[in-house]
Design a protein around this ligand. Structure first.
Ligand code: GLA
Length: 361
């Protein structure tokens, strides 16, 4: 029997969690996969390696299921370097200029892994660690709770950080991600999930005709190494204006390299709010994104080149998926005008993001 969840009949009962051994790392650590299934036809599988969302299976308007995230069938390609398919990225999602910052008069040097800069927590970040896991299910949701202790000095960061990430799949077809962290010393923290969505199915080709709306009046402009210049820019009259639905590909040729930018989410009331919607008119599948974060990185899989062999042999070419990585702004530690990303002992970092699937007629 194949364990690929797409072949499981949709449940029409209570949410449930199934766990299986997915593999072992090269150092021999066991990696499990938790499959959460809700009562209304959606399932997702989460790996303890990197907290990866490996599958997300959703029906189209006719009830036909497809797996709408990019990924792999086995552990090996995830343990090799890959473009963060579905991972939890941390301790600090996105870039820190030259991998350095000063905090309380002390200068810290981080791992450099992206040109001259630090990206997504470094060489062995939260995306490349085996998280502890436990699961729960209730009448309206199934969840897996991941936890990880990052030692003082990990990838150059100060403080021992205790992180917890809870994935909850509920009967309203929301995949909710709650992040929490505490620290033993002041330290920057900025967690996100790096899923690549393709609402027509992970193996359906590019996402350029899928439509997107982002409630953002500004973006965070970056220099040639993708570090913020420090000013925010209006989207009005630019290819970054997604305040109304636009096909992702409509204006992408005008953006050097494709979209890989942080959008400044509008609205200053705290708490969870709807910030983006994506729609595939052919299948009818839609995705709403709600978050507590001030920004969202739209990345359109610009570096995918068909060389990776994905699930069931799928080839992921340029723009095969889009990421909506909810987060604080890049390089916030070096940008005094950006919202702070410093967590101090005694405080709890919290971020919540919901990816809500739907169908339209
Ligand atoms: C992020 C970055 C991109 C790229 C991808 C992974 O989204 O902003 O530049 O590094 O991760 O390939």
């Amino acid at each position: 029997m194949s364990s690929f969840p797409a072949e499981k009949p949709f449940s029409n009962g209570s949410p449930e969690v199934a766990v299986r051994r997915f593999g072992s790392t090269r150092l021999g650590a066991p990696v499990d996969e938790y499959t959460l299934t809700n009562g209304s036809g959606v399932s997702t599988s989460i790996l303890t390696w990197g907290g990866i969302v490996r599958t997300l299976i959703a029906p189209d308007r006719n009830g036909k299921p497809a797996d709408v995230v990019l990924g792999f069938d086995s552990l090996e390609p995830y343990e090799d370097r890959h473009p963060y398919f579905g991972t939890i990225t941390g301790r600090f999602a996105n870039r820190i200029a030259r991998g350095t910052f000063t905090l309380n008069g002390e200068r810290y040097t981080l791992a450099i892994n992206n040109g001259p800069n630090h990206l997504h927590g470094g060489i062995d970040g939260f995306d490349r660690t085996v998280w502890k896991a436990r699961s729960e299910s209730t009448d309206d949701a199934a969840k897996v709770i991941l936890s990880h202790t990052s030692p003082d000095g990990d990838e150059g960061y100060p403080g021992e950080v205790q992180a917890q990430v809870t994935y909850t799949l509920s009967n309203d077809n929301s995949l909710r991600i709650d992040y929490e962290a505490t620290t033993s010393k002041p330290t920057p923290i900025n967690l996100t999930n790096h899923s690549y969505f393709n609402l027509a199915g992970h193996d359906s080709g590019d996402v350029l005709e899928q439509e997107l709306m982002i409630d953002a009046a500004q973006i965070v402009p970056v220099d040639e190494t993708q570090i913020p210049t420090g000013v925010l820019a209006s989207v009005a009259g630019t290819p970054f204006d997604f305040t109304k639905f636009h096909p992702i590909g409509e204006r992408i040729a005008q953006v050097h390299g494709g979209y890989d930018h942080t959008f400044v989410v509008s609205g200053d009331q705290p708490g969870l709010r709807l910030i983006a919607k994506a729609l595939d008119r052919n299948s009818g599948r839609s995705l709403e994104v709600l978050t507590t974060e001030p920004g969202v990185q739209l990345y359109t899989g610009n570096f995918l080149d068909g060389s990776l062999s994905g699930k069931r042999g799928a080839r992921y070419h340029k723009h095969a998926g889009f990421c909506l990585e909810t987060q604080h702004f890049p390089d916030s530690v070096n940008q005094p005008n950006f919202p702070s990303t410093i967590l101090r002992p005694g405080e709890t970092y919290r971020q919540t993001t919901v990816y809500r699937l739907g169908v339209s007629e």
